[in-house]
Write a protein that binds this ligand. Sequence first.
Ligand SMILES: [Fe+2]
Length: 148
Amino acid sequence: MDLDALWKVFQELFQNKTISPEQWKQILSEYHGDDYKKYLQFDEEKYARNYVINTELFDVLILCWRPGQKTMLHGHPKDGCFVKILQWEITETLYNADKKPLRTSVMREWETMYNHDSIGYHILENASNRDTVSLHIYSPGNYKPCLL
Ligand SMILES: [Fe+2]
């Protein structure tokens, strides 16, 4: 499945709104292409957020991370956020509502994750010494990071 096919599936699914995080993981796991590479753009100052799709229903972004780049502590209200690692790895630290760290885990190439405020808030970081690329889907669209 290439990105165009993936977007078409998203479009239909977001209109029906009947899909669980487990089903999302399943769909994302079917993508193993390299056509995401046309969206690669790094920023030396901050992790780069490159829009691929921006709609009312959902946004798709390709994030490019130089070593050491990381997000602020933030949450994902409404339908949450789906992530698939396309290159290398991302470290996630999960926090509770009191901003206390709960756990840290590393997501590796081709792994998927789901985050929502009901699970916790998080910081994502490229804690490695190599460039990382990740795919992010936010619903509804026009997502603004919800900083704590
Ligand atoms: Fe996030």
